[in-house]
Design a protein around this ligand. Structure first.
Ligand code: UDX
Length: 424
């Protein structure tokens, strides 16, 4: 197996996992970042983010891992550079490309004086055309070199789910390589070959679109399940039983039909909004994607409306179980808990919240609410809303409680004195 020397720019959910997994495959990794604290954590074999199994991988592969804030130096002493920086949403739904532009410019200047062939791989989620039309010219200008002749360039999207990212890296359904030249795609095939996962090679802009289309379709599945789930709730059918039957059709599949209070996180909302904004730049109005966002925005309000059927929130104390956007994550970006707590406070309720790992990330958003030391404290409230389906919530005692469930905790459904499920 070829051993590559790889620079990973970005130590967030994508960069930290990608670098650790490449190290596990036997490659030498240089993490580049601006936050020295995160780099120090990585150098001490600790993950800068909450991701099950990442600490172990970083600790186990310390002999192949180094960290630095010096991007130029890292590029000069490696063969490949993976761009794993953020592309956050802007107010109009478009994405902020400043980080990918800035690092592309520095990479270009770093390879200018180097005689070696360096391969640059964009892993950040960027809209179709970005790598070819924006980043390639920056690299050529700053390096004074020609793409695909003097340096390689590819777009290689990630399909990592937070909470299971390492599993998704090693056992994903496919690796997508977008490149316009043979040399670059063969280097990446050599890099990913040992995974034994199907590799799909295409152009850079097609790879960019595959990423967006994949996330937009998964978000569509969820909103479809929620739209049907809302109807099922009205006509007293359990949407989970419906989608168990639907998912047995191999053309449809069973995954991502868990109806509830909808999707959050740093990907689905951002990517669907970005695709809508991008479509509008060419005069398209994507009606389905607009409906996916609208349905998703409505779901948390349904939880509040169900609560109000049983408890007037004003003056009462309402418990929130779960703050992370999904279980096995400390990430609270676009968590459904945000709009739910905002609505409860507007209704004049007090809030007691608990999450096994995300409370410190959530606290700055709502410093005035109470953060419980244990889930049991939340159960003593006038009513309990289940917002994130942490496994440990299946071990709580819901007897004599009023529970409004946004995420389907079976024990709550069996035990609560009053129980409502948002779509069941
Ligand atoms: C997603 C994609 O799954 C992944 O392939 C991509 O690389 C990044 O974005 P992630 O956002 O980390 O991953 O988590 P995911 O498990 O997809 O959940 C996203 C949101 O959808 C969560 O808020 C989750 O609660 C919600 N969800 C998921 C549902 O509401 N119902 C489902 O059936 C599945």
């Amino acid at each position: 197996m070829n051993t590559f020397n790889i620079t990973i720019i970005g130590t967030g959910y994508v960069g930290a996992v990608t670098g650790a997994c490449f190290a596990e495959l036997g490659h030498n990794i240089t993490f580049v970042g601006r936050d020295q604290k995160k780099l120090d954590l990585i150098s001490s074999g600790k993950s800068p983010i909450y991701e099950p199994g990442l600490d172990d991988l970083l600790a186990k592969n310390q002999d192949r891992i180094s960290t630095t804030t010096d991007l130029v130096g890292a590029v000069k002493r490696t063969d490949l550079t993976f761009i794993c920086v953020g592309t956050p949403s802007q107010d109009d739904g478009s994405i902020d490309l400043r980080q990918v532009e800035d690092v592309s410019s520095v990479i270009g200047s770093a390879i200018r004086s180097s005689p070696d062939y360096h391969t640059i791989v964009v892993k950040s989620t960027v809209l179709p055309g970005t790598t070819e039309d924006l980043l390639l010219p920056i690299l050529e200008k700053e390096s004074g070199k020609k793409a695909f002749i003097d340096f390689g360039l590819a777009m290689n999207p990630e399909f990592l789910k937070e909470g299971s990212a390492i599993e998704d890296f090693f056992h994903g359904d496919r690796v997508v390589i977008g490149s316009n030249d043979q040399e670059t795609s063969s280097i990446l095939k050599a890099l990913y070959g040992s995974l034994g996962v199907p590799i799909y090679t295409t152009t850079m802009k097609t790879a960019e679109m595959i990423k967006y289309a994949s996330n937009a379709f998964l978000a569509t599945k969820i909103s479809f399940a929620n739209e049907l789930g809302n109807l099922c709730k009205q006509i007293e059918i359990d949407s989970y039983e419906v989608f168990q039957g639907v998912g047995m059709d191999t053309r449809i599949g069973p995954h991502f039909f868990r109806s509830g209070i909808g999707f959050g996180g740093s990907c689905f909302p951002k990517d669907v909004r970005a695709l809508i904004a991008h479509a509008r730049t060419v005069g398209d109005e994507p009606r389905i994607l607009n409906a996916v966002i609208r349905t998703n925005d409505d779901q948390p309000r349904k939880l509040i409306n169900l609560l109000k059927k049983h408890v007037r929130p004003a003056g009462r104390t309402i418990g929130i179980l779960g703050l992370a956007f999904k279980p096995d994550s400390d990430d609270v970006r676009e968590s459904r808990a945000i709009s739910i707590i905002m609505d409860l406070l507007k209704e004049g309720a007090s809030v007691v919240a608990y999450d096994p790992v995300a409370m410190e990330n959530f606290r700055p958003l709502f410093p005035g609410i109470t953060y419980a030391k244990a889930a049991g404290e939340v159960l003593d409230c006038d009513a309990v809303l289940i917002v994130t389906e942490w496994k440990e919530f299946e071990d709580l005692n819901y007897e004599n409680r009023i529970v409004i469930d946004g995420r389907r905790i079976a024990k709550a459904r069996d035990e609560a004195a009053i129980y409502e499920g948002v779509c069941w």
